[in-house]
Design a protein around this ligand. Structure first.
Ligand SMILES: [Zn+2]
Length: 304
């Protein structure tokens, strides 16, 4: 039995590396076929998460064109670029990715990109907690991200640096307000335990002095063991937790099971990895969705 499990693991690892090798060869070929220089009137910035999309859009304003390569409404953890996406990235003036292990496809892609290309690994510009890549859920990190994008855009278009700087300052002021409303909103609560399905809210919990219990791991495709599920059900019962949070755009199957077994309610939180088409059309933003998250957390934790 043990041997079979090991063989399966080994097989998965082999498939993974063979997959990466095939992808590398493909990427080099695609990029070499599309190596004509493209001159953009407006610089194009390609990003990989919704938080980065918002920061780049707010700082760049109408002076840059921002594209998110992850399709709207999909689970960003499970994304990998197709040939069209690869061409789009290689033609961008600036490519910003989350890093910290969030995009498993980015390292092989980077090796295939032109060495002259402007690429920012945002995880090197923020404060990380261990190996958790969901750092944008700490508002202080959003401020660092905004400052980084301000600098990067100013290097691309020095003549517009004052414009980028002003946009960054305006956005940072709004982020400071958001941080303040979290501090006030979560200052007096009956319960300070945040139970979430996918381990995306560690930064939010840490920044606001909440305890975070999670069911599945750091990536949305991890599966909890039955022992983990039993343990969480026990915790929810003994600590009188009223709400289990699941994440929009991510499978909520396990969270629903635990809620049923423990008699708790369920509620959604937005981890801001991606956004649905409807939410974008109705002008939802990082700021507005974080505001909604706060309202839901306050209700679940019975905050005054
Ligand atoms: Zn996640």
């Amino acid at each position: 039995m043990q041997g079979m499990v090991m063989d399966k693991k080994r097989q998965t690892v082999i498939f993974f590396f063979v997959g990466i090798a095939v992808m590398m060869v493909g990427l080099v070929w695609i990029i070499s076929q599309n190596n004509t220089a493209v001159v953009h009137e407006k610089p194009t910035v390609v990003v990989s998460t919704f938080a980065l999309y918002e920061v780049a859009s707010r700082v760049g304003g109408d002076a840059v064109e921002v594209h998110s390569i992850v399709p709207l409404g999909s689970d960003a953890h499970l994304f990998s670029p197709n040939p069209t996406d690869v061409v789009k990235i290689s033609h961008a003036d600036l490519f910003i990715y989350n890093g910290g292990g969030f995009e498993r496809w980015v390292e092989p892609l980077k090796q295939a990109l032109p060495t002259t290309m402007n690429v920012v690994d945002m995880s090197t510009k923020v404060k990380l907690l261990g190996n958790d890549p969901h750092y944008w859920l700490d508002v202080d990190n959003m401020i660092r991200m905004t400052q980084t994008v301000d600098k990067a855009c100013s290097i691309l278009r020095p003549a517009q640096s004052a414009f980028f700087h002003r946009n960054a300052q305006n956005y940072i002021a709004q982020l400071q307000q958001l941080k303040q409303s979290y501090a006030q909103g979560l200052s007096a609560c009956k319960n300070r335990v945040l139970v979430t399905n996918h381990d995306a809210f560690g930064y939010l919990a840490h920044a606001n002095g909440l305890e975070n219990i999670t069911i599945i791991g750091l990536s949305s495709d991890e599966q909890p063991s039955s022992a983990t599920i039993a343990h969480v059900i026990e915790l929810v019962k003994t600590r009188h937790i009223k709400t289990i949070f699941f994440e929009e755009l991510i499978s909520d199957h396990v969270a629903q099971t635990i809620a049923q077994e423990s008699g708790a309610g369920v509620q959604s939180l937005q981890p801001l990895e991606n956004i649905s088409e409807d939410a974008l059309k109705s002008h939802q933003t990082y700021l507005s969705l974080m505001g909604e998250n706060l309202t839901k957390i306050r209700e679940a934790m019975e905050c005054r």
